[in-house]
Design a protein around this ligand. Structure first.
Ligand SMILES: Nc1ncnc2c1ncn2[C@@H]1O[C@H](COP(=O)(O)OP(=O)(O)OP(=O)(O)O)[C@@H](O)[C@H]1O
Ligand SMILES: [Mg+2]
Length: 395
């Protein structure tokens, strides 16, 4: 990291201030410590620092309000909350306030520095190479895993680049089942190995599908997702983004800290929808919540899965309800989708010419900007000369 960032600490607690100062000093130059939020706000506004640390141990409401106001001064300021515990309400509120991360005290030595480095890298996109696309649905069984797995396959065959499918359904993931892969390297293993992880170790640890893309699986035995924190997901995905070209995430159907961390790093989040009123209404609510969390249309797109032309609910009707057109339509084809799952193969290997497969290929092409193979035309055709030349040859 080039220059030292400047930082402001806002807390009344001497020992906490000392603790933070000691931890962050290698990376940060502290140019202000305040116990009064108003005074701190004035100073931050006048002399914009790179980082702000706000102690919310005694008054989380006031601390969040201050974070929100500081975020409005400049979204470039990285705001860290210093807390004693993390609860989901506070997490949601802090996301809304534009907070970069939570630091829970007492903290293990080095943990703050790691969080700082990751947040700075994420914000500045320093070591980033890969694109992250997440698939999410507010209800189960809408096709999240089907789309994530087949998107990884299509992007890999279109681009030939390094692609990983990441299963974040940590307790009940089934990406490996969809691909008939044995239990392999999981997010739990990766958290354990993060400190020593480099490109070689990553590539040799992940299981690779015969089609060429990598997979981060989930454990065979039921595991506790709570063992993995939001910041672990941030670390895992930052690492993937460093060494992979595309990361396709199968997200669980929940707004947990893990989901939010993954969405935070995603270039685009695809929310699945179907032509059913309860699904459309639940997606509308989900989109509102995502909007409140700061994930608006610039990040979140809707994908209409199991699309049928003859439905009471047309894509236009859906547009009226959710005020967002679908980024892609994926045809309904239960037979092919189920055959693929039951044979443990990507759709391309099961029924290449099926509409569901071609729709996902088209979707992959839209995302990557690479034309699908069947659309790559010869030079004669591209110039509109094919028919002319064959006619001319006959005469
Ligand atoms: N385009 C489609 N056409 C027809 N059936 C589909 C389509 N996409 C998915 N399905 C079927 O819908 C079911 C659910 O799909 P999938 O498991 O991918 O959804 P999910 O959202 O990941 O579900 P879960 O809640 O179990 O995680 C499967 O039987 C799958 O074959
Ligand atoms: Mg699934």
């Amino acid at each position: 990291m080039a220059d030292k960032k400047t930082a402001v600490i806002i807390s009344e607690d001497r020992s906490l201030i000392e603790n933070v100062t000691e931890e962050i000093q290698p990376l940060v130059e502290i140019n202000g410590v305040f116990d009064d939020p108003l005074e701190a706000y004035g100073a931050v506004k006048q002399n914009i620092p790179g980082l702000v640390f706000i102690d919310i141990v005694n008054n989380s409401k006031e601390g969040l309000l201050l974070a929100e106001r500081i975020n409005r001064i400049s979204p470039k300021i990285l705001i860290f909350l210093l807390a004693k515990e993390k609860n989901s309400d506070l997490l949601l509120q802090s996301m809304r306030a534009g907070v970069a991360d939570y630091i829970i005290f007492p903290v293990a030595s080095g943990a703050i520095l790691k969080s700082l480095e990751d947040s700075i890298q994420t914000r500045e996109g320093v070591t980033r190479r890969g694109k992250i696309y997440s698939f999410f649905s507010t209800k189960g069984s809408l096709g999240t895993t089907t789309l994530a797995v087949n998107m990884a396959d299509h992007i890999h065959s279109l681009s030939g680049e390094r692609v990983t499918a990441v299963d974040l359904n940590l307790d009940m993931g089934d990406v490996s089942v969809f691909l008939d892969l044995p239990p392999a390297y999981t997010a739990f293993d990766m958290v354990r190995d993060l400190k020593r992880m480099d490109e070689n170790l990553l590539l040799s640890s992940l299981i690779r599908h015969e089609r060429g893309f990598y997979v981060l699986s989930t454990p065979e035995e039921i595991s506790d997702p709570e063992d993995i924190k939001g910041e672990d997901i941030t670390n895992i995905l930052s690492l993937f983004a460093k060494f992979m070209d595309y990361i396709i995430i199968d997200l669980p159907h929940e707004f947990s800290e893990r989901t939010i961390a993954a969405m935070n790093l995603s270039d685009r989040v695809f929310v699945l929808i179907q032509q059913s009123l309860p699904v459309v209404k639940s997606v509308r609510k989900g989109l509102q919540l995502l909007q409140e969390l700061g994930f608006g249309e610039e990040k979140v797109s809707v994908v209409l899965n199991r699309y049928v032309e003859r439905s009471e609910l047309t894509p236009d009707d859906i547009l009226q309800i959710i005020k967002q057109p679908a980024f892609a339509l994926i045809a309904n084809d239960h037979l092919t989708a189920t055959d693929a799952i039951n044979s443990g193969k990507p759709l391309e290997l099961v029924r290449e010419s099926s509409r569901i497969n071609r729709d996902i290929a088209k979707f992959a092409s839209k995302l990557t900007g690479i034309k699908p193979k069947q659309e790559k035309r010869g030079w004669r055709e591209a110039l509109g000369l094919g028919r002319f030349i064959s006619t001319a040859l006959k005469t």
